[in-house]
Every structure is written in C-alpha cells, then in structure tokens.
Design a protein around this ligand. Structure first.
Ligand SMILES: NC(=O)c1ccc[n+]([C@@H]2O[C@H](COP(=O)([O-])OP(=O)(O)OC[C@H]3O[C@@H](n4cnc5c(N)ncnc54)[C@H](O)[C@@H]3O)[C@@H](O)[C@H]2O)c1
Ligand SMILES: [Zn+2]
Ligand SMILES: [Zn+2]
Length: 352
C-alpha cells in the first residue's frame, strides 16, 4: 500500500510502498478515503517546531482522516448494535490515544490524560491507504457526514471544544486567527446565533473565506482598526466571548484589550514559546482564560456530529473551508499549499 512517511530524522517525507498494517487486539483496520493536512504535519515535514521531538522514524504521518472499516480485530465487540462496530462503517478517528490508568483517565476525563499519544505523531497515521487504530478511538459517522466532512472532524472538534466553555447565543464574539479552525469557529458561532462575529488575521484570502462562512466583520490587523469595526457594529463595551486561534502573542493581546469585563476567552492557538501578557488587564477585567487541547472524549464528538447532522447550512459552511484537494502522488504540492498560510483546509484523496 501507499504511505506518506517520515523515513529519517530530517526535513522531508517519502511516499513509500509498504505492507498493509496487521490489525491487533482491540483494534480495527480502516481503508483511508480522505485525510486533512494541518500545521503539525507541516512542522513534521520541515522537522521544526515542537512536533519532531516525539516522532521516531520511520513512521507514517496523518491524524485527520476518514475512511471505511475493513477489518475488526480480536477483542472488539463486533455487530450491528448502536455501539458496535462492523466492516463497512464510515468512521472518523479521535487522534489522541489515552493511557486509561492516570487519575484523569480513571475519572472519565480522558481528554486530560497525562500520557496522551497521537496517531500520526507517535504511531503510524492516516496518510496511507490503510491504517490500524484502537477501536475505542473510532467514531462512527451518520449518513449525513460524508468522507470529506468526516476528515474535518479533528479540527472541527478543536473548534467545538473551544466553543464549549463559551456562551455564544446573542453575544458579541471575537476570534483571532482565520486559519481553518478559526473559520470553523465562525461557522459554529453563526450556528449558535451570536449577535456579531468578528475575526482577525492578516491574510486576505483567509479573511474572505471567513466572511463567506458568516463573519460580520473580517479585520486585517495590519491595516484596519478593530475599534472602528466595533463602533460600526454597535459593540459598545467590548466582546463577550473570545477565541484565540492564531497562536500569535498579538492574538491574545487583541482579545485581552477588546473583551468586556467578565468575558471568557478560549485559548487553542499554540504559541511558539513564552511571551509577555498584560496580566493587569486580565485581572482588572476579571477575564477567564481557558486552555483547550484536542477534543473532549467524547462529548465534543457528540456535539460536533449532532450539530452537523441537523444543519445542512453548517455542513456546507464547514465544507467551504476546504480549498484544495490532491492525490497522494501530489503530496509535495499539497504540503506547499498548506505551508503557504493562505489556503483553507488541504485534503489528500486516498481514493485517487
Ligand atoms: N490546542 C490544540 O489542541 C490545537 C489543535 C490544533 C491546532 N492548534 C493550534 O491552533 C491554531 C489554529 O490552527 P489552524 O490550523 O487554524 O492554524 P493556522 O496556523 O493555519 O492559522 C493561524 C492564523 O492566524 C493568523 N495570525 C497570525 N498572527 C495573527 C495575529 N496577530 N492576529 C490575528 N491572526 C493572526 C495567521 O495569518 C493564520 O491565518 C494554531 O496555532 C495551531 O497550532 C491547537
Ligand atoms: Zn491537526
Ligand atoms: Zn491517562
């Protein structure tokens, strides 16, 4: 089978021909149909940033994917009941594998596991014709969610998880960073009935995607004034809810400056390193800042699926974030586009 792999601890990847993986105890084998590229994959490709430390080559990349179960391993409850797995099901996969033994795992807070490892980062992932994953990481998708939407559930889950601590209905919402996840937050805030949704970035193409996804204003922080946008939208006292989706220090300072007293800010964007924060403003504005990692297992998956299942508009808005689709053999072009920072979501079609 084809597999896009890191073959040496250095920049680059290789599209290899390797044997199909063998399904082990408690695992299922999936025929991958679509897979999404994200910033982590670009870092692993470049062999820079924080990601390389945890990957031991040779290893297949890819943690955002959707496909069909082709084999159910020993020890997995196989069948056609509501919580059972069988060959032919269309599935997305939770990319975080948890230990099951730490205090958080034992208390049912699995997304807070202290020993989380990642599919496509610490073990072979979904940039391949086939992948083997633990059955408990599989999420069966309903009819309404096709393979392309299914491949977006990892980043969509990041966006949903970021929205979970926030009140959005009737609120003024500020999102910093119009990458795929920031734009998904726009779509979710719209779905939740926010009063105004404002997003910031400095990439014109991404700001345009965000406008089309329902942003009331998409602000280029290098040229536009957020204060005048707030005046135009009649946002008098600041934003009620904030979502940091850029990883840039400027994104958080914009939120701290522009949110009203008592606002809650979800922090998903991963900064490159430590940076100064105006803590005095956080204190006197009585802000709540909540770090968000991954997806709640599996509350976030239920929320994401049920919202997508019941809203054709949300499905089409989320789909519109995909701007590029490539065959596995075109992987170099796919990585170039993903690294450019101006595209939406980039998908590799493993059926091509
Ligand atoms: N916590 C988690 O579990 C988790 C999971 C996935 C991704 N992430 C992080 O979340 C962030 C969003 O992911 P993505 O794939 O959408 O990212 P992305 O890197 O594609 O998008 C980030 C966007 O922020 C913009 N930006 C940079 N500086 C800015 C500033 N000062 N103000 C406003 N915008 C600015 C960039 O132009 C870019 O469009 C990234 O930082 C990523 O590393 C975190
Ligand atoms: Zn990712
Ligand atoms: Zn654990």
């Amino acid at each position: 089978m084809r597999a896009l792999r890191k073959t040496a601890p250095a920049p680059g990847l290789e599209l290899c021909e390797i044997p199909e993986p063998v399904v082990g105890y408690g695992e299922v084998k999936i025929r991958v149909q679509r897979a999404g590229l994200c910033g982590t994959d670009v870092h692993l490709y470049n062999w820079d940033g924080g990601a390389p430390g945890s990957l031991t080559p040779p290893q297949t990349l890819g943690h955002e994917f959707c496909g069909q179960i082709v084999e159910v391993g020993p020890g997995v409850v196989e069948g056609y009941g509501p919580d059972e797995l069988h060959v032919g099901q269309r599935v997305s996969v939770e990319g975080h594998i948890v230990c099951g033994r730490c205090r958080n795992c034992r208390a049912g807070r699995r997304h807070m596991c202290i020993r989380t490892i990642g599919i496509g980062v610490n073990r072979d992932g979904g940039f391949a014709d086939y992948v083997v994953v633990p059955a408990r990481n599989v999420w069966v998708q309903p009819e309404e969610i096709d393979v392309e939407l299914g491949a977006l559930f990892d980043p969509l889950g990041n966006a949903v998880h970021s929205c979970q601590p926030l009140e959005l209905t009737g609120q003024d919402v500020l999102i910093t960073g119009a990458g795929p996840i920031g734009i998904m937050c726009v779509a979710l805030a719209k779905h939740a009935g926010a009063r105004n949704i404002v997003i910031t970035d400095m990439q014109a193409d991404r700001l345009e995607l965000a406008r089309r996804a329902g942003a009331d204003a998409a602000v280029d922080v290098t040229t536009d004034s957020l204060a005048s946008v707030m005046t135009a939208l009649d946002i008098r006292e600041g934003f009620d809810a904030g979502l940091e989706m850029s990883g840039a220090p400027g994104g958080l300072s914009t939120l701290i400056d522009s949110c009203t007293h008592g606002a809650t800010i979800s922090l998903l964007g991963l900064p490159k390193g430590p940076f100064p924060v105006e803590w005095g403003k956080v204190i006197t504005s009585m802000l709540t800042i909540k770090g968000i990692y991954g997806r709640e297992m599996f509350d976030t998956w239920y929320l994401a699926t049920y919202m997508m299942q019941t809203s054709a508009r949300l499905r089409e808005t989320v789909r519109s974030i995909i701007t590029h689709r490539f065959a596995p053999e075109e992987w170099e072009a796919a990585f170039q586009v993903a690294a450019s920072g101006s595209a939406g979501k980039v998908i590799i079609d493993w059926e091509r």
